[in-house]
Design a protein around this ligand. Structure first.
Ligand code: FMN
Length: 354
């Protein structure tokens, strides 16, 4: 299996499976002298961890990060930062029913076909448990790129959609509700809808909007490594993500240039921001904003027809502890991947001119 490393100058390699003893990562390229706040890292991990509210999987994991190298007396030393999160609450028996058969729309079938071998307990490496390591590294990346501020939030659950999420400027309610939606009335509706979906033994998708503020002009490389292209790869590498759009996105396709162009103020800022903070693949100093669409995840608490590894039709029962809607827990993952991209381009930008 290749492709376990993300980034070019600030890189993260992750390892571990959801039912192994631990998962973790190695960050390479973090400059020396970055103040590292371990409490802030743990706070981000707590926002992702299972069992945090009634609307997520009820698996209880403390998800405590242990940093093994690269940090001394509260600062990065410039050496690789190695860290581990122990798995403490696996119930591998919950997965014996999928040992020889494939959950529809999960990664079971393709893993078996590609590797001829599959760690069926918890989905192995295809499990979103891997993203805990991304959250640790993303939290360190956030600390490297401060005062850039990255804020993600839930802007849709099923058909419940917040209008114009990119215009939201009051983020104070996001961490006050289990859905992580900034609007109190919509948050309450979304929460009761997710509870209903769970009662029905089903799952539902949603959208996360992310805004990055105080981003300097100049991040991103103009050809293959355009800022929005790498952001797109980062987001589409998150489990269950089905779509990415930045700036005006698909809605921009119906406009005319005269309505879509972002006209300049004399200081180089723009009067509108249909560009989503990126022009020609390079940040222009305006807010970067984008939407990430998540599917309703595959594991439903209902019986479904599927096939086994002999190609025979079988009925699969829904079992185990799963998320009815992943977007509340995916908010810190989206922020982490954004921070990794911006940290990487911040370091690469040091070579852009004398
Ligand atoms: C935070 C988070 C939690 C997830 N929890 C579950 C889950 O409980 N059950 C499930 O079937 N999929 C879950 N997923 C999605 C699967 O990991 C993902 O659908 C699977 O690996 C197949 O990949 P794909 O959907 O990207 O094609 C979760 C995803 C995220 C981001």
């Amino acid at each position: 299996m290749s492709g376990n490393t993300f980034g070019k100058s600030f890189t993260l390699t992750t390892f571990g499976e959801s039912h192994g003893p631990a998962l973790g990562g190695v960050i390479d390229g973090c400059p020396a002298g970055v103040p590292i706040d371990i409490e802030a890292i743990q706070k981000d991990l707590d926002r992702r961890k299972p069992g945090q509210s009634a609307i997520v999987t009820q698996r209880k994991e403390p998800d405590t990060v242990e940093i093994y190298s690269g940090v001394f007396e509260g600062k990065s030393t410039g050496t690789p930062i190695g860290f581990v999160i122990h798995n403490t609450n696996q119930k591998s028996k919950d997965y014996t029913h999928i040992k020889d058969s494939y959950r529809p729309s999960h990664a079971d079938y393709v893993y078996d076909q590609k590797y001829g071998f599959r760690d069926y307990r918890g989905g192995g490496r295809s499990s979103a448990r891997e993203t805990a390591a991304r959250v640790v590294a993303g939290s360190i990346a956030k600390q490297l790129i401060a005062p850039v501020h990255i804020q993600a939030f839930v802007s849709a659950v099923g058909e419940l959609t917040l209008p114009n999420p990119e215009k939201i400027s009051d983020f104070s309610f996001i961490e006050q509700n289990p859905v992580r939606c900034p609007d109190p009335a919509m948050a309450a509706e979304m929460e009761s809808y997710i509870k209903q979906v769970r009662k029905d033994g089903d799952t539902v998708g949603g959208v996360i909007t992310c805004v990055a503020k105080n981003v300097p002009v100049g991040l991103g490389e103009p050809v293959f490594d355009k800022l929005h292209a790498v952001l797109g790869q980062a987001m589409l590498s998150i489990n269950a993500v089905k779509g990415f759009e930045y700036g005006s996105g698909f809605a921009g396709a119906v406009l005319r240039g005269s309505a879509h162009n972002d006209l300049y103020n004399e200081d180089g800022t723009t009067k509108t921001n249909n560009s989503g903070g990126v022009q020609g693949g390079i940040s222009n100093g305006m807010d970067i904003y984008f939407n990430v669409a998540f599917k309703p995840v595959a594991t439903i608490m209902q019986s479904q027809e599927t096939i086994d590894n002999k190609g025979e039709t079988v009925t699969m029962e829904g079992k185990g502890r799963h998320d009815p809607c992943v977007v509340p827990r995916a908010v810190p993952i989206v922020e982490a991947m954004t921070a990794l991209v911006l940290a990487d381009f911040t370091l690469r930008n040091r070579n852009s001119k004398l």
